[in-house]
Ligand binder design. Structure first.
Ligand SMILES: [Mn+2]
Length: 355
């Protein structure tokens, strides 16, 4: 595996490439062209400039998170082919630039949902948190307003104000889309992009829905073992793979994370490894990565990745905000650096004990 950190680009991120390079064991970053709009084809020169900036800092661009999918593709509207053509063009250019992993998600309207971006923990750190009760009490159009005040001025990925301004129209677009239709639209999309993925050896890595259940009545399909195996079988090509995100699948305590990892051997192209602390089945917060701070056994998760021969990029995921850092919620430097170091320690111990 290759340890990486997510980086949003010098225009958007409070963390610098120099700082990332100084985290022991981190050799790459996962990035994106954050200023692009879903549906447009990425320009080759922008891709190459991003890659060069990262390489000049002594790091590797280990993959893209994300190339976002236009809502027309998820809804399956008649103009979807135009947007899929643009997506193919982007993949072609990424492939020509030597980039072989693309993370994406297929969630309607909201990329992810939290009800608090800065819940204070007993040690004074702040974390993202979710309670079902808070979601049930909100109208979807108020969701953005309720959390955007806590974002430290950052634009949250998937919560871009331009998209949120059209939230009622977005809900209207999805009103006839149920789980089956969403599966069918995902299949259509994957079948169209697989040839370019085969040609350039691009691993597509779908990110799970977060939380792993329906919110606001919207369909959600990438939520559990049965559905993800159905998706792997539906387009049975090794380039159709997953981002295994322990914090997203882990929102549903019925998901057995190490078992899911083992069932996806050969299809996990990217891993997000983080912990959650459950206060009740419908109230969780993002804890430190350490097993003892949360609900998951992080050793068992890393061991499962080791057992299936995982060799893709991995990254610590959302961190706590600690040591008075001011950054995008979840994406400060300090706690993610601690997370990377901890995961690297687990990995070294697992490798040495399996010699
Ligand atoms: Mn994730």
């Amino acid at each position: 595996m290759q340890m990486t950190l997510r980086w949003f680009g010098s225009k958007y991120d409070t963390v610098t490439l120099k700082q990332i390079r100084q985290v022991p064991g981190v050799t790459g970053v996962i990035s994106t062209l954050y200023g692009t709009t879903p549906g447009e084809a990425w320009e080759m020169e922008d891709i190459l400039a991003l890659k060069k900036e990262i390489e000049d800092a002594g790091l590797e661009l280990a993959g893209i998170e994300s190339v976002n999918i236009h809502d027309s593709i998820k809804v399956g509207t008649p103009d979807r082919d135009k947007y899929i053509d643009n997506y193919i063009t982007t993949l072609e250019r990424l492939g020509r630039a030597g980039i072989h992993m693309v993370c994406y998600n297929f969630m309607p309207v909201f990329d992810w949902t939290r009800t608090e971006l800065a819940r204070v923990r007993p040690d004074g750190s702040t974390v993202l948190a979710y309670t079902q009760e808070a979601v049930d009490a909100l109208k979807p159009e108020d969701m953005f307003a309720s959390i955007s005040g806590d974002s430290n001025g950052a634009i949250l990925p998937g919560w871009e104000p331009e998209r949120m301004a059209h939230i009622k129209e977005l809900f209207e677009m999805y009103k006839d889309v149920d789980d089956e239709k969403l599966f069918a639209n995902l299949k259509y999309f994957l079948e169209r992009i697989m040839p370019v993925c085969d040609k350039y050896d691009i691993n597509m890595a779908i990110h799970p829905d977060d939380p792993a259940w329906s919110v606001f009545g919207l369909p959600r399909i990438i939520i559990n073992k049965a559905n993800i195996l159905r998706m792997m079988k539906m387009v049975d090509n090794p380039h159709n793979g997953v981002t295994f995100c322990s914090g997203s699948y882990g929102t549903n305590l019925e998901n057995d994370l190490p078992d899911m990892i083992r069932s996806l051997k050969g299809r996990i192209h990217f891993a997000h490894v983080r912990n959650l602390k459950f206060n009740s089945p419908t109230d969780f917060e993002e804890s430190a990565h350490l097993s003892s701070d949360g609900t998951f056994d992080m050793y068992e998760i890393m061991l499962a990745l080791y057992d299936i021969g995982f060799d893709g990029p991995i990254r610590p995921d959302h961190g706590r905000m600690i040591w008075d850092e001011v950054a995008m919620p979840g994406y400060g430097l300090y706690d993610r650096a601690l997370g990377a170091t901890y995961l690297n320690g687990l990995w070294e111990a697992i490798c040495k004990s399996h010699k």
